[in-house]
Design a protein around this ligand. Structure first.
Ligand code: GLA
Length: 386
């Protein structure tokens, strides 16, 4: 992995090479992890994200013409965006980049252009929010450069809108809050019903959080994600009509029984959501008590629910979780993010990391002929200006 300092050095050097001048501003935007609370954000539920020490470095300065030229070092490619243009681009990063520039321009009426270089080490498209980090990096850099005052939550909502518009998705605010509002060495306990956030210490004595990238690409994720969003909405609509409840958070087991048998799929989806909300609170409790084994058991429950009730896991990550059971000192783990591939998170006793790495790499490689990427993560807090 390219280190943070190296990212900054290379972004600065690339900027000089591309634009023959120095950047006036350098920024770092982190990726995020979600400890627990999956597929709850768009259902007025609870989640527990934190920013991680994987970054997108942005280097930026004003330019005389009104265009935005953005060079992304990870792809050795640049894109020229006319703020009022409406071209369609053929790659995800270009769509996100163009939408970021255009939405911000439309809102704040910027009359100057900018040159920007972006270079990141967040693994792309595997559940660590590389897309959201890209949008936030561009949006925040432009706002700072042009002295646009924007509050954190306002920025989060704007970036959510940009991403959903650019990719045609219907994501909640988990990624944007996890990146923008994170604090060093803390997990956030977010309640998306009233937008409140509680911070709890991320330190768990003698334990390590490990992320494993299955290297399985999340091809199904966009259409299946939208399908889950719609299923939950439909389930809520039926329950409102049949039981008089008024929001997702009024749903409990007796209410859910109304869906059972007649709407089995909707029943499973909403069972996951209500149980997962409870698991966020339970995990918060266990982490505060330092009870690693119990915390791990909750992660395992979450994985089971994502696998069988929400049906967003995949064979490769299920296998990885099953194989981990055989490692002494493995407390628990689960698939993270939208699902259908990408990454899983694991809670391990410090002394178990080496064994885990060896065992998972070997068994996974043997079964799927794929080498997983095993990442040690820390929680550095949000955005940084350099
Ligand atoms: C994706 C979305 C988030 C959230 C997660 C699932 O990462 O962008 O808003 O819904 O999936 O928890």
């Amino acid at each position: 992995m390219t280190k943070k300092e190296e990212l900054i050095r290379q972004a600065r050097a690339e900027f000089k090479k591309q634009f023959e001048t120095e950047p006036t501003l350098l920024t770092l935007t982190p990726g995020r992890i979600n400890i627990i609370g999956e597929h709850t954000d768009y259902n007025e539920g609870l989640a527990m994200p934190a920013a991680i020490d994987r970054w997108i470095c942005g280097a930026i300065c004003e330019r005389r013409d009104k265009s935005f030229t953005i060079y992304i070092s990870n792809y050795n490619e640049n894109i020229v965006i006319k703020p009022k243009g409406a071209e369609k681009f053929n790659t995800v990063w270009k769509q996100l980049t163009a939408a970021s520039v255009q939405v911000i321009n439309a809102r704040y009426n910027i009359n100057t252009g900018a040159s920007m270089v972006i270079y990141g080490n967040i693994p792309i498209g595997c559940g660590l929010s590389s897309s959201s980090a890209l949008v936030i990096s561009i949006a925040r850099s432009i706002c700072h450069l042009f002295n646009i005052q924007i509050k954190d939550r306002q920025l989060a909502r704007l970036c959510q809108k940009i991403e959903n518009r650019a990719l045609g998705t219907a994501g909640g605010l988990l990624d944007q809050y996890g990146i923008i509002l994170s604090k060093k060495d803390q997990f956030m306990v977010i309640d998306f019903q009233d937008d409140s956030i509680e911070y709890i210490p991320s330190i768990l004595n003698d334990c390590t959080w490990i992320v494993v990238n299955s290297q399985v690409s999340r091809e199904l994720s966009k259409s299946a994600y939208l399908q889950r969003v719609n299923e939950c909405k439909e389930g809520l609509r039926i329950l409102k009509k049949e039981t008089g409840i008024s929001s997702f958070r009024d749903i409990d087991q007796p209410v859910l029984q109304k869906l059972k048998n007649k709407y089995d799929v909707l029943y499973k989806r909403l069972c996951h959501v209500t149980d997962e909300n409870q698991r966020v609170l339970d995990l918060k409790n266990q982490l505060q008590k330092g009870a690693a084994e119990k915390a791990g058991a909750i992660l395992k429950e979450s994985h089971k629910s994502l696998r069988y009730l929400y049906e967003v896991s995949c064979e490769e990550i299920d296998y990885m979780i099953e194989m981990s059971e055989g490692v002494g000192g493995w407390h628990g783990g689960r698939i993270i993010g939208g699902g259908f591939g990408g990454c899983c998170i694991h809670l391990l006793a410090d002394g178990a990391v080496e064994d885990f790495t060896h065992h998972i790499t070997e068994s996974y490689r043997k079964k799927f002929k794929i080498t997983p990427e095993i990442m040690n993560i820390t929680f550095p807090g949000s955005f940084q200006y350099i």
